[in-house]
Write a protein that binds this ligand. Structure first.
Ligand code: GDP
Ligand code: GDP
Length: 444
């Protein structure tokens, strides 16, 4: 079954432009030409790498019998009924109109998943329209500019999430099994001698099946598929990482670029530390790279078999990590022995959990309840005697979770207050070990 996605919305909001953008057609075809019949077009595109059909419900400029509103309604209803996912488009520069509201009702009543798209949001002219879009009750709008190609990545992310939800709900049964088996991509990074090869081989075990090189991977990078518990993982390794076991010269220099390479393939990164050695600059550097790249992270303290006072050691590492890596505060930390295999079940369970959090999406209602609570508990400062107002929060994306707080004067919010918001967010939504991106935007 091919996924069907319909674009609906009133005339002139940019449906055709979006259709062309998503299907890769020439933009030149789009022009507000009265009389041009483009009642309905279908085109091929991809959602999460799978073929999908895009339906553009279209121009109603050509006059036929029946009122325009009536024909728009009928046509949209037909497209919506057929579609698996609806892209409901509004013009962010105009804001929400009564006709948009009528369309929103149709979309909502269909029971199909609807992604609210606020088009023409390039520059600042669309900001208030994006904000207004919330009033339609269709969840978080995705702000895009179909014409300039902005926000299209976010839109693809949302499509992917909706497609996955559909698959999980069993609507596309044939594809469900495949999607659920999609492995979590994991990389093991750490300084030389931390035990990366030992861990890799231990996890790979007997089932070791080398599947690389893959497109996009360099020739010397390999990936293995493995199942741990009932979760599938794809574990990335680079020849550099494995060679390290033998050649320790030059290793220090190589390890950072190797780590970065491994990180880029991964969704979750295991940062390997050594229990019998203190945290070093290089460890911090490698962990910070993973956080900068926005990956989910689990810290594994290896060679735990060598530790005598395990409780003291655990506390020592916890304190050091939280102090030296504030950007991943509360990151899960698992003690393991790659040599004996102890702790690996717990490690892989934490990897799975970190992956879930990294993908998590939170509803607008829940987020805004949280915002008003934290603002009440600890109001923002009042630089220049004028109190800052934090008005609204939304989550425009995941992997890693991204949040936007609309406020009166974003530039005046001190870094310490931003940190307070991020830490409270982590606390309230259990977002530990996941880089959280919080943006402040001006908004009414
Ligand atoms: P449709 O009637 O909904 O299919 O809308 P069209 O795709 O024909 O677009 C209507 C008008 O809006 C055209 O003049 C487009 O060039 C313009 N338009 C479409 N997308 C954007 C955008 O992202 N930004 C701006 N500023 N204009 C856009
Ligand atoms: P890499 O450079 O990070 O790939 O590290 P290796 O996997 O080559 O391991 C470096 C050394 O640490 C080897 O001598 C391993 O046998 C040893 N090692 C790895 N894991 C453990 C562990 O859990 N306990 C102990 N005691 N030694 C380990």
């Amino acid at each position: 079954m091919t996924l069907k996605v319909a674009i609906v919305g009133r005339p002139n909001v940019g449906k055709s432009t979006l259709f062309n953008r998503l299907t890769g057609r020439k933009l030149a075809l789009v022009a507000p030409m009265p009389g041009l019949t483009r009642d309905r077009r279908e085109g091929a595109f991809e959602v999460a790498g799978q073929p999908a059909t895009l339906i553009d419900t279209a121009g109603l400029e050509d006059a036929e019998a029946g009122s325009i509103a009536e024909r728009m309604r009928v046509q949209s209803e037909r497209a919506i009924a057929e579609a698996d996912i609806v892209l409901f488009v509004i013009d962010a520069r105009v804001g929400v109109t009564p006709v948009d509201e009528m369309f929103a009702d149709i979309a909502r009543q269909s029971g199909h998943p609807v992604i609210l798209v606020a088009n023409k949001a390039e520059g600042s002219a669309g900001e208030s329209g994006v904000y207004e879009a919330y009033s339609l009750g269709l969840g978080d709008p995705v702000a895009i500019s179909a014409e300039h190609g902005e926000g299209i990545g976010d839109l693809h992310d949302r499509l992917e999430t909706e497609a996955e939800a559909l698959l999980r709900a069993g609507i596309a049964e044939a594809e469900a099994a495949e999607a659920e088996e999609r492995p979590i991509r994991v990389a093991i990074i750490g300084r030389p001698n931390a035990g990366k090869s030992t861990l890799f081989n231990r996890l790979a075990g007997e089932e070791r099946a080398i599947t690389g090189p893959e497109p996009g991977l360099t020739r010397d990078a390999i990936a293995i598929d493995l199942t741990w518990g009932d979760q599938a993982f794809k574990l990335y390794d680079t020849a550099g990482l494995r060679r390290r076991a033998r050649v320790h010269e030059e290793a220090e220099k190589l390890s950072v670029s190797d780590a970065l390479r491994a990180i880029r393939f991964a969704e979750v990164v295991i940062v390997l530390l050594e229990a019998d050695r203190a945290l070093e600059k290089q460890d911090l550097h490698i962990a910070a790279l993973a956080a900068d790249e926005g990956r989910a992270m689990v810290i594994a303290i290896n060679k735990w078999d060598l530790v005598r006072d395990k409780d003291a050691k655990r506390q020592e590492f916890r304190a050091e990590i939280d102090r030296l890596l504030p950007q991943i505060k509360g990151v899960p930390m698992v003690a393991i022995s790659a040599l004996t295999g102890r702790g690996l079940n717990q490690l892989m369970a934490q990897v799975g959990k970190a992956y879930e959090l990294w993908n998590a999406r939170f509803g607008t209602g829940k987020l805004n309840r949280w915002l008003s609570e934290v603002v009440d508990a600890h109001p923002p400062p009042a630089p220049g005697g004028r109190r800052l107002k934090l008005r609204y929060i939304t989550q425009p994306g995941a992997r890693p979770p991204r949040f936007v707080v609309f406020c009166s004067r974003p530039e005046a919010v001190p870094a310490s207050y931003e940190r307070y918001l991020i830490n409270s967010l982590r606390d309230a939504f259990d977002l530990w070990g996941v880089p959280v991106r919080l943006f402040l935007r001006k908004g009414k």
